[in-house]
Every structure is written in structure tokens, then in C-alpha cells.
Design a protein around this ligand. Structure first.
Ligand code: ATP
Ligand code: MG
Ligand code: MG
Length: 352
């Protein structure tokens, strides 16, 4: 069988490598760390910096195609790879989703709604943006943010200095806070020929900017709103000639879906699909990038719930092990630092 190269060796790489193995593929991981959650399930772990051109080229020569589990891989590294091996999803999807301002402009160009926003290029620019966007607002670095890092809330104009300092004075966007009714995400898998499958939208709860819980199907959100979000997600995938799994986070605001952000990769809010859907997001990503038929995305039960175990939450592990029907996924990380995703648990409710 072919060998799939994955940039990034965290838990998403681990679950991709497991799905790939089940379909008969070997995986090689490229990551700057010495080891990581994907290390014990891949055939080969190559340690290297993403901008080490020679090492990246050597990695690409040993694999049939390359994908990534981490959207902050330097674009230049991915573009370099694209000259040496097939790379999915396309570099353009990575470029758009690496920059919050570019992402919002792109979504708006496709007719999608985002929170009111302004680009912020310097401290004076923050005042200009605050005059245009009502508080409460949230200042986010344009690049490299995840799990709520690189963000600062602004409740009144008096918070501006502290917020600017908190994000380190980097190029940013200012967003109006959306008083949402719910958060949800739409995950699709698309193949190069345009075949696309959509997972049932997932309702998400965050705590402290980090995903805490996901439930599918997304109950309590108007069906027309969910359909509009799914249609926009498919439009985004088509516009990018996307290949692989794409996840898009939304706010449900009255009758309208407001796009929060997109991730050009498998997504934490899709972990429930391993046991809760006919084909997992990880398997469909591998199927998509290998040009195989995509698998069905229907629920295996009536509903599925996924809980993240973050930091000390991992202390619940023995109790969860004793719970019949709890599907456990430990990422093999040793150090349970606060805010670190250590494991997740999925419960599927079966129809009766
Ligand atoms: P990740 O990539 O890990 O999902 P992130 O660091 O990119 O996270 P965001 O998705 O931008 O962060 O924000 C994290 C959470 O903060 C959101 O899921 C939402 O709960 C809240 N949030 C962010 N922006 C807004 C907004 N404009 N209005 C209301 N809530 C928001
Ligand atoms: Mg994000
Ligand atoms: Mg997010």
C-alpha cells in the first residue's frame, strides 16, 4: 500500500494514522517535536523544522502524498512540498484559514455572514476599529491562535490598552461579540472530483475558549439555519477545490448562521464520528485524499456526545473506564498541564 505523510504529530495525527492503518496505508509523521501522540501509531516519525527545506524534501520523497493535522504549518513549507508530492487539502485552503482577516473576506465573498469585524494593524487602528464595532468585542491575532490563545475581550474602550498588550501587539482583527443562542460546527469531506459528504451538524460548548462538549445531532437549533450553514460549508469547499475534511465553526444567532472560523483539517468537534457515525471523519479524510469512495456520514445511534478531558479532567479516567458504553481515547500525553487536551470520551445513545 501507499504511504501517507502527515505534517504534525498530535492527537489528530494519531487518529488519522489509526484510520489510515485500517485502510491499509502506512503513515510517516513530520513534526518539530521529539515525539508526540502520533509517534506510537505511525511507521516513521521524522523530526524536523517545517522550514528546513532539505529535510522537508527528503520527507516528501519517501511518501506518496502529504496531508496535515495542524493548520499553522508555515505556508511556504506546504508550497515547497506541493512541488514534490501531492498535497491535500490544497495550500490555498491553508492560506485562507491561517489569517482571520483573509478568511473573513473570503467567506463574505461567498455570501456568508461573519461577526462584525475590522482589521487592526496597530494600536491607533484598535481605537478606529472600536469606534466602528460596538463593545463587547474580542480582539484576536490574525494568525497562530488556537484554543482561545491570542485573544482578549474588550468590554469597554478602557480595556483597549490591556487587550492590545495581551495579544502582544500583533496584527489582529476586532470582532463584535455575537450574543449567540448556540455554537455548532459543520464537517464535510470532499474528494477531488467534487464528491462531497456532510456530517450531521454538531452542537458545541466551549469553556474558557476551549471545546468542552460536542453533541450530534445539533438539537435546539432551527433546521433551516443548519441547512444554510451546511450549504455555505459545501460552497467554501467547492470554491477552494478542497480535498479532505473541512470543519467550519458557526454561531446560531436567531435565524442566521454566523461563521466563526474554519479549520482545513479534521476537527475536535468531529471526534464523536469515530463511534457515532457510519464512517469517522478520520477515515473519510484518508478516503478523500486517497481518491477512494467516501463513506456514509449517518449517525450510528440516536445521538452521540463527546467530552474532552482537559488537564486535570484526566483524573476521571478510572471512573470512565468503569462506565459501560463509554468509548475512551487517550492521547498518550504524560504531562496534564492546565488547558491541555489529554483524552476524549464518546457516548452513543442507541435508538430503541
Ligand atoms: P479553536 O481554533 O481551538 O477552535 P480559536 O482560538 O481559534 O479556537 P475561536 O474559535 O475564535 O478561537 O474562539 C473560541 C471561542 O470563543 C468560540 O468558540 C466562542 O465560544 C468564543 N468566541 C470567539 N469569538 C466570538 C465572538 N465574536 N462572539 C462570541 N463568542 C466568540
Ligand atoms: Mg481556531
Ligand atoms: Mg474555534
Amino acid at each position: 500500500g501507499a504511504t501517507i505523510g502527515i505534517l504534525g504529530g498530535g492527537q489528530l495525527g494519531r487518529m488519522l494514522a489509526i484510520a489510515a492503518a485500517r485502510l491499509g496505508y502506512r503513515t510517516h509523521i513530520y513534526a518539530p517535536e521529539e515525539s508526540g501522540p502520533a509517534a506510537d501509531v505511525c511507521a516513521c516519525w521524522v523530526r524536523g523544522d517545517y522550514d528546513d527545506a532539505d529535510r522537508v524534501a527528503e520527507f516528501a520523497r519517501a511518501v506518496s502524498l502529504v496531508t496535515f493535522e495542524f493548520e499553522n504549518v508555515p505556508l511556504a513549507a506546504v508550497e515547497r512540498l506541493a512541488g514534490l508530492a501531492a498535497v491535500h487539502p490544497p495550500a490555498r485552503a491553508l492560506a485562507v484559514s491561517q489569517d482571520r482577516a483573509d478568511e473573513k473576506r473570503f467567506v463574505e465573498s461567498l455570501g456568508g455572514a461573519v461577526a462584525p469585524w475590522r482589521p487592526v494593524d496597530g494600536r491607533p487602528g484598535l481605537d478606529t476599529a472600536l469606534a466602528a464595532i460596538c463593545t463587547p468585542a474580542i480582539l484576536k491575532t490574525r494568525r497562530f491562535g488556537y484554543d482561545g490563545k491570542g485573544q482578549a475581550r474588550i468590554d469597554t474602550a478602557a480595556d483597549a490598552d490591556a487587550a492590545w498588550a495581551a495579544i502582544g501587539g500583533a496584527p489582529a482583527v476586532l470582532e463584535g461579540m455575537v450574543a449567540f443562542d448556540a455554537e455548532f460546527s459543520v464537517i464535510v469531506a470532499r474528494r477531488a472530483d467534487g464528491m462531497l459528504v456532510t456530517y450531521p451538524p454538531t452542537r458545541n460548548e466551549h469553556r474558557g475558549g476551549i471545546l468542552h462538549r460536542s453533541v450530534a445531532p445539533a438539537t435546539g437549533i432551527p433546521a433551516r439555519l443548519l441547512e444554510a450553514a451546511a450549504a455555505l460549508t459545501a460552497r467554501i469547499a467547492d470554491a477552494l477545490d478542497y480535498v479532505g475534511v473541512l470543519a467550519v465553526e458557526f454561531f446560531a444567532d436567531g435565524e442566521d448562521p454566523i461563521l466563526n472560523e474554519m479549520a482545513p483539517r479534521v476537527h475536535n468537534s468531529g471526534h464523536w464520528t469515530i463511534e457515532g457515525a457510519a464512517t469517522s471523519q478520520f477515515e473519510n479524510h484518508i478516503r478523500a485524499i486517497c481518491g477512494l469512495p467516501l463513506g456514509p456520514t449517518s449517525l450510528t445511534g440516536r445521538s452521540a456526545e463527546m467530552l474532552n478531558l482537559i488537564g486535570d479532567d484526566i483524573d476521571a479516567w478510572p471512573r470512565l473506564l468503569a462506565e459501560p458504553g463509554a468509548h475512551l481515547h487517550h492521547y498518550g500525553k504524560h504531562d496534564a498541564r492546565p488547558g491541555r487536551k489529554m483524552a476524549h470520551v464518546t457516548r452513543v445513545t442507541v435508538a430503541r
